[in-house]
Ligand binder design. Structure first.
Ligand code: ATP
Length: 221
């Protein structure tokens, strides 16, 4: 079998500050729904498009590793942590492309909130030349029309069927419905800083680690 036609490799970037079920559940649904071989969860070291994370990369990565430990197919990928400078998605996707060759379908997954802001990303036009984009609807995202520039760009690229993610290595944009979980790391951090529990918003094993270490201002247990 040629690389084209194989199960796509998928990448989910983020700050994971901290990881929560709003990251994990969509990833599991993509894995199963699209028949992916794996999803690489790539924590950013220095996110270029947003305020800097509250916790250092090693701590965020430790929580993320704990979060995926029991889920085959979800894999933490530390390549952005090893790269100096801002963690640009274009560099990350180029690195995956080099690793998997020109023909292997590659998908970059993002929530609908992140997609809406795509036109502000570094070299955003090139992202879809390297990977398909897979957009999951984010709970709490108010929706509404896309910015005109993005809507125009999207129209000829929008996939009508997920099978299109396998017949080309890159170039399509697929909207994949997932369970809506209205959780954000911002909200989790606010709760923790107020000494309120975040149990249930993340795997119990992650909660145990986080609360015992007293991270994000939560009183150490
Ligand atoms: P913050 O609140 O600090 O901005 P976040 O909760 O949005 O953090 P990120 O690490 O920035 O988490 O998100 C990484 C990716 O996961 C993004 O593509 C984002 O859209 C997606 N994502 C985060 N939370 C959810 C959610 N509840 N449902 C669907 N997608 C989500």
């Amino acid at each position: 079998m040629t690389a084209r036609g194989q199960a796509p490799v998928a990448v989910l970037g983020g700050t994971f500050d901290p990881v929560h079920h709003g990251h994990l559940r969509p990833a599991i649904e993509l894995l199963e729904g699209l028949g992916l071989s794996e999803i690489r969860l790539v924590p950013g070291r220095v996110p270029p498009h947003r305020p800097q994370p509250r916790c250092d990369a090693a701590t965020r990565c430790r929580l993320l590793t704990e979060a995926v430990a029991a889920t085959p197919g979800l894999v933490v990928d530390e390549r952005e942590l090893r790269r100096p400078g801002p963690s640009y998605t274009i560099d990350t996707l180029q690195s995956f492309r080099r690793e998997h060759g020109p023909d292997r379908p590659l998908c970059f997954a993002m929530g609908s909130d992140a997609f809406r802001s795509l036109v502000r990303w570094h070299r955003w036009h090139e992202l879809n030349e390297i990977a398909h984009l897979v957009v999951t609807t984010r709970g709490g995202d108010p929706g509404g029309p896309l910015p005109a520039e993005l809507a125009d760009w999207l129209a000829p690229r929008r996939a009508a069927h997920p099978h299109e993610l396998r017949t080309a290595a890159a170039g399509r944009v697929w909207f994949h419905p997932v369970s809506r979980l209205e959780i954000s790391a911002t909200r989790v951090r606010q709760m923790l800083a107020q000494g309120r529990s975040a149990r249930g918003l993340m795997p119990d094993t992650v909660w145990t680690l986080l609360s015992r270490a007293g991270l994000y201002g939560y009183p150490q247990q």
